[in-house]
Design a protein around this ligand. Structure first.
Ligand code: 4AD
Ligand code: MG
Length: 433
């Protein structure tokens, strides 16, 4: 077999009906009965059934095909035939097979496994069709989000991972060491994006963020990816408007172009089919809903997962909760001029119990107020001197938000837990593999 003879991928097979092709991949599964064998070969783009008939191939090819173990890597050649019984609708009449590596006994036999075992074998678990579909969806979603922003004049400006300061409160700081000095893994690139937006106007950073969350929930990762746009001259209203358009864009793109991935994931598309505008309620209205639902909450408390779920259940699409009490949010948020005890911040809650997918706000642009807040929150003033500079030199109203990528993916894909939305999850008790 010459290796590159009409080399195709499984997803390209329909264009090669009636042709001899070569496919490179891995043996997903096989069965044989008498003088015929069926090899399911996956190559990352899909799975194809290769049919081997003992009478049609040499004794050597027949022998090789019979002895292949699960996940052996192979190069196969054969004739493409339309066949509705094969996954994808096309099968390969195998003429030749070459083993690249004969796999040892594969730990992830094709049966149900417990989640701990799967997580221990995450590096192999990723090969299963469901995980491949999630990763393809992740890739698609990330690309569409960036496309949405670029189409609107945003530039990606990267922010540091190692920082000496806290952006989102000191309780979840992930401490490390910087040549003898204490340092933290970034919780958010926002403070730096505020600087870059004063240079470029509309920017976003897209990077891992780290939170030493001491509680283990289905919505929390220790290391997650966050997309954070930051816009000069944007008000709170402009901010919500952009968020709504961005979410609408990405959902529409998934439904239009990646329906087959949702099907692979058994994701019901109906709950994803809704239109803008998304409802906007105030924190106060949300508290009333929670009291009606019999949940305990006091004015000033931040919402927990059960609160977010109870609020979201009232709506058939994402809902913004805005104007939170200043005391339960971050130090940099602009107070509502009409009601300074609340801030111009909003969380976007996803339907179906997926919780907060976006947190954002208008930022304080006044020097004196920002300094007062830094002191009030007990933050080390000297580490924020550069940040205060942004209010000394050409300060403007500006706003931004952070979108949790794994939360968005989990919701769109209908996952039970965030751990499947990232290739190698870092969880409270897990850093391996
Ligand atoms: O609401 P958060 O903490 O906001 C910020 O970090 C702001 N600095 C963002 C900004 O305005 N630029 O986090 C933003 C989003 C949340 O809505 C959630 O989707 C996600 O990040 N998130 C997490 N995702 C997974 N695991 C965690 N532990 C998360 N913590 C936050
Ligand atoms: Mg938040």
């Amino acid at each position: 077999m010459t290796e590159r003879e009409n080399l195709v991928t499984v997803d390209e097979m329909p264009q090669h009906e009636g042709q001899e092709v070569t496919i490179r991949g891995w043996l997903y599964n096989s069965r044989s009965g008498g003088s015929i064998a069926f090899l399911l070969i996956r190559d990352g783009t899909g799975i194809v059934q290769a049919v081997v008939a003992e009478d049609d191939v040499s004794a050597e090819v027949w022998e090789t095909a019979q002895n292949l173990t699960q996940e052996s890597s192979v190069i196969v050649a054969g004739l493409v035939n339309e066949d509705p019984r094969s996954p994808g609708g096309y099968e390969l009449h195998l003429r030749d097979v070459q083993t690249v590596q004969l796999a040892e006994e594969y730990p992830l036999a094709l049966k149900e496994h417990g989640v701990d075992f799967l997580l221990d074998n995450r590096h192999l678990w990723l090969r299963t069709p469901r995980q491949v579909a999630i990763l393809r969806l992740r890739d698609f979603i990330m690309a569409r989000l960036e496309e949405f922003l670029r189409d609107r004049g945003f530039s990606r400006v990267d922010t540091p991972i190692l920082t000496p300061n806290a952006c989102e409160g000191t309780t979840t700081l992930f401490e490390t060491e910087y040549f003898g000095d204490p340092a933290y893994l970034t919780q958010s690139g926002q403070l730096y994006s505020e600087a870059t937006c004063a240079a470029l106007g509309k920017v976003y950073c897209f990077s891992p963020a780290f939170r030493a969350e001491k509680s283990s929930t289905r919505r929390h990762l220790i290391e997650f990816w966050m997309l954070e746009p930051e816009m000069a001259f944007f008000t709170h209203e402009d901010n919500l408007d952009l968020q709504e358009k961005m979410i609408d864009y990405v959902i529409t793109q998934v439904l239009q172009k990646k329906g087959e991935l949702l099907e692979e994931l058994d994701r019901d598309k109906d709950p994803l089919t809704f239109e803008r505008p998304y409802p906007r309620i105030t924190y106060d209205e949300a508290v009333d809903i929670l009291h009606e639902e019999g949940l305990s909450i006091q004015w000033g408390d931040d919402f927990g997962a059960p609160h977010e779920t109870a609020i979201a259940e009232r709506f058939d699409r994402p809902v913004f909760v805005e104007r939170f009490p200043a005391e339960c949010k971050a130090f940099y948020m602009e107070p509502d001029p009409q009601r300074p005890e609340v801030v111009l911040a909003a969380d976007l809650l996803a339907p179906e119990g997926y919780g907060e997918i976006i947190g954002g706000s208008q930022r304080i642009d006044d020097y004196d107020l920002l300094l007062e807040k830094i002191r009030e929150f007990g933050l080390p003033e000297e580490e924020f001197d550069w940040y205060l500079d942004l209010r000394r030199y050409g300060s403007v109203p500006h706003s931004g938000f952070g979108l949790g990528i794994e939360r968005l993916i989990s919701w769109i894909a209908g996952l039970d837990h965030l751990r499947e939305a990232i290739p190698f999850p870092r969880l409270l008790n897990r850093m391996r593999p």
